[in-house]
Design a protein around this ligand. Structure first.
Ligand SMILES: *Cc1c(COP(=O)(O)O)cnc(C)c1O
Length: 486
């Protein structure tokens, strides 16, 4: 895009007195705004003609990168294909124009979809009942921990204030526990990257409320000792919480409920497709095993499409008004129904195959700290050849020059140069081969012309930014200078 022609900021295209609209003639008379409510000065708004505005935003939209533009192997985020039919369904006025307080008898279809998703999630996860209320994975974690706390309190077991979290856990796990007023206790990982059962043994006592686990964990490794861990945790009276952010590779292979988990969340925007770049939108349904239903948030109406009433569960947990992020709920349900019972079973195996194929194709040039079969994602610890000084950051930036979104970098924290790759199940072999070829090319460049890689990206509208400055002193407002307005 030629930024001189179309401008980086709409303000730079402003000309005093230019208008892109006209208002109809005032037929209502004049009602003065009280003096104390008036601006002292005119708002500094850009003044542009309509075509300039349309071109400015249309051209800028071309700078967006999403799953629909290219390969987006962002580990831990499951950036999978979001079929357009989901968008069409979520945008249907019959759904989009509903009011959350309108009588149930007037929105039977919506209630049926809501109910259908709850049942589908129960079947997929092996848990008894879901609330669709929480708005994100992290929100689901908080909800789940509140449920667990209510469960212990209901039994008069009030000294359980600790939550055990693996050292490989996503940062939201300890954060949610802390927000819930619980104390975080870290359990170590073994050299193979899974929870250290011996270390766990020493942490379990009657002050533990729950153990949080992600499976496959954030290294993309299947936690093989879950039955043993669940046995130990239940033995000491605590509950098992499953962080379902990595449910994708499990689809069709196994169910958290069958492994001994009591409470879990699912990130609908990850496993069941919703475009969620830039932090949203999301939904984090929470499921519980049989016997814990009464602790679900009270706004969780148990839908019965044949009745006109919404029945509410009696609980004192409140995590959000109304019924969750309904458009995300619809997309997830559409995704599940589109795949159907048979095809949903192929999601997990395909995601796992794609990740292992990339891992095996690149491990001779990128350092693979844990050389084991992975699930849907895996972690490299930078390039194997450390002598070039080319870092994971440089590789990530260079990928942008080749039209690929960077993988997740510097997470998980267990390695210094983490480069976490997750291809998802819908990518073709050609796409994946193209990515592998570029990753190999960057490895070659880092020997032949390291400066080229270290100063990347070269072809993007903005080059290498100073991360620290951008984070500590972000400039997110634009000062309109008088001279520019003229
Ligand atoms: C994404 C993620 C979360 C947090 O989910 P949000 O929907 O982003 O709040 C928690 N745990 C893991 C392992 C994740 O990948």
């Amino acid at each position: 895009m030629n930024s001189k022609l179309y401008g980086n900021l709409i303000f730079e295209l402003s000309h005093e007195g230019r208008r892109g609209y006209s208002l109809p003639k005032n037929e209502f008379g004049r009602y003065d705004i009280p003096d104390e409510l008036r601006r002292r000065e005119d708002a500094a708004l850009p003044e542009c003609d309509e075509m300039t505005v349309v071109r400015h935003y249309t051209n800028h939209s071309g700078n967006n990168f999403g799953v629909n533009n290219g390969f987006y192997p962002l580990g831990s985020c499951t950036m999978k294909y979001n079929p357009l039919i989901n968008e069409e369904i979520a945008a249907m006025p019959e759904f989009a124009c509903l009011h959350p307080l309108q009588p149930a008898s007037t929105c039977r279809g919506a209630i049926k979809a809501y109910d259908g998703l709850q049942k589908a999630l129960s079947e997929i996860s092996g848990l008894e009942r879901f609330t669709l209320n929480p708005f994100a994975g992290a929100h689901g974690e908080l909800t789940g921990l509140m449920i667990i706390r209510s469960y212990h309190i209901s039994r008069g077991d009030t000294k359980r204030t600790k939550v055990i979290v693996p050292d490989s856990a996503h940062g939201t796990n300890p954060a949610s526990a802390a927000v819930c007023g619980l104390d975080v206790v870290e359990v170590k990982s073994t050299a193979d990257g899974i929870v250290d059962v011996e270390d766990l043994k020493g942490l379990l006592d009657d002050t533990v409320a729950a153990m949080m686990m992600t499976n496959p964990n954030t290294l993309g490794l299947f936690e093989q000792n879950i039955p043993e861990i669940a046995g130990m945790v239940h033995e000491c009276g605590a509950l098992m919480y499953y962080d379902g952010a990595n449910l994708n590779p499990m689809l069709g292979a196994c169910r958290p409920g069958d492994m001994g988990f009591d409470v879990m969340h699912i990130n609908l925007h990850k496993t069941f497709s919703t475009p969620h770049g830039g932090g949203g939108p999301g939904d984090g349904p929470v499921g519980v095993r049989k016997g814990l239903e009464q602790f679900l948030p009270s706004d969780n109406f148990v839908c019965d499409a044949t009745s006109s009433d919404k029945h509410t569960v009696d609980s004192d947990i409140f995590v959000g008004a109304y019924h969750g992020n309904f458009a995300v709920i619809l997309r997830a349900y559409a995704y599940i129904l589109t795949l159907g019972r048979e095809n949903i079973k192929r999601v997990g195996p395909l995601a796992v195959l794609n990740a292992n194929y990339i891992k095996e194709s690149l491990k001779d040039v990128y350092e693979l700290p844990i050389d084991a079969p992975c699930m849907h994602e895996f972690v490299f610890d930078g390039l194997r050849d450390k002598s070039t000084g080319v870092t994971t950051m440089d590789v990530a930036k260079r990928l942008l020059d080749y039209g690929y979104h960077a993988p997740t970098i510097y997470f998980p924290l267990l390695f210094h140069e983490s480069l976490m790759i997750e291809p998802a199940e819908n990518e073709s072999k050609e796409t994946i081969d193209g990515f592998i070829a570029v990753m190999r090319k960057i490895a070659e460049e880092s020997v032949a012309c390291p400066e080229e890689v270290k100063s990347a990206p070269h072809g993007t509208p903005i080059g290498r930014v100073d991360d620290v400055l951008a984070a500590k002193h972000p400039v997110v407002t634009y000062k309109v200078l008088k001279s520019e307005k003229a």
